[in-house]
Ligand binder design. Structure first.
Ligand SMILES: NC(=O)c1ccc[n+]([C@@H]2O[C@H](COP(=O)([O-])OP(=O)(O)OC[C@H]3O[C@@H](n4cnc5c(N)ncnc54)[C@H](OP(=O)(O)O)[C@@H]3O)[C@@H](O)[C@H]2O)c1
Length: 292
């Protein structure tokens, strides 16, 4: 991967990152701060914002942004306008996300909506709201997709659907915004070590505890256990969020950024895996997680 150029702090390009409290978003905030950008870190909890400001330069400020809350988005847009003024917003890193894992048959519809609300609709809502300021800066939009936007996994269908959708939105938006020179990039990480795995398992446990018993256990008990072990195994892979942050930095700094950046352990193998015939790929995934 190319090494991103250090931006002269005096150029003071402003970049907003959603979901900067932990994992990939936090790494992006710190890396872009280190490179000299004016980082506007979107968090939901002020304590997370304060913690970030303590380990970053004075340029970094935090904003309270819940991408599913319309009022919250519009007040964040006003704050961004005050902070960036005529420069506009150079970068928007749409990173916030959640991962709901459970058999699709039993995911309650409100939870399914929530998965799509955060990972798809929320991304569009914040992008729409900030586009005038991005246009002003002839800036860039960097969306954090996933390899799960190319391969669907059982019991992660809702999450995968959200990332497939985000990939399509990114492609479409790139073409729509070309007349203004706004570049739109998709980052596609494989498995990265962040709190998302633990949160996902915790959420799945709470969902499963509410599922109709003994029906659920009879139908999906073994499969759920196998999937949990597979997730734990994936979650122990040591690709770090800093690798994703480095790709985001390149997407923002490269003169001609690629449309997509794949990041993570054996990621090119996974990308090839996505191109296999459906039945072969399905068989291999099921075999890997011990389901016949
Ligand atoms: N880790 C991986 O293996 C992996 C792989 C591919 C793609 N990704 C993607 O990378 C992105 C970051 O995930 P991560 O792995 O770094 O997980 P993470 O540490 O759990 O971070 C998720 C972030 O999203 C925020 N968030 C959740 N709902 C939000 C909402 N409604 N509005 C604003 N912020 C919200 C969280 O804020 P709170 O702390 O307030 O909840 C947190 O800051 C996600 O889009 C994820 O799908 C991750």
């Amino acid at each position: 991967m190319e090494t991103p150029k250090i931006v002269n702090p005096e150029t003071n390009k402003a970049v907003l990152i959603t979901g900067a409290s932990s994992g990939i978003g936090k790494s992006c905030a710190l890396e872009l701060d280190r490179l000299g950008y004016q980082v506007l870190a979107g968090v939901r909890n002020p304590e997370d914002g304060k913690a970030l400001t303590e380990i970053a330069s004075e340029r970094l400020t935090f904003l309270i942004i819940d991408i599913c809350d319309r009022t919250n988005i519009s007040s964040a847009v006003n704050t961004v306008a005050q902070l960036v003024g005529d420069r506009g917003l150079y970068g928007l890193v749409n990173n916030a996300g959640i991962a709901i894992g459970a058999p699709l048959e039993f995911i309650p519809i409100p939870e399914l909506r929530q998965q799509l609300e955060v990972n798809v609709i929320g991304q569009v809502a914040i992008t729409q709201a900030l586009l005038p300021q991005i246009r002003q800066a002839k800036g860039r939009v960097v969306n954090i997709g996933s390899i799960s936007g190319r391969i669907a996994f059982p019991f992660m269908s809702a999450y995968c659907a959200s990332k497939f959708a985000l990939a399509a939105l990114t492609d479409g938006l790139r073409m729509e915004l070309k007349p203004w020179g706004i570049k739109v990039v998709l980052i596609e990480p494989g498995t990265i070590q962040t709190p998302i795995w633990e949160k996902s398992i915790k959420f799945a446990d709470s969902l499963i505890s509410k599922m109709p018993q003994p029906l659920y256990s009879q139908l999906y008990g073994t499969a759920t256990e196998n999937m949990r072990n597979a997730v734990l195994k994936e979650g122990s892979i040591i690709a770090k969020p800093e690798e994703v942050a480095a790709a985001v930095a390149i997407a923002l700094t490269a003169k001609k950024p690629k449309t997509r950046y794949l990041v993570g352990d054996k990621i090119y193998l996974k990308a090839i895996f996505a191109l296999m015939p459906d039945r072969l790929r399905n068989w291999m995934i099921l075999k890997e997680i011990g389901i016949n």
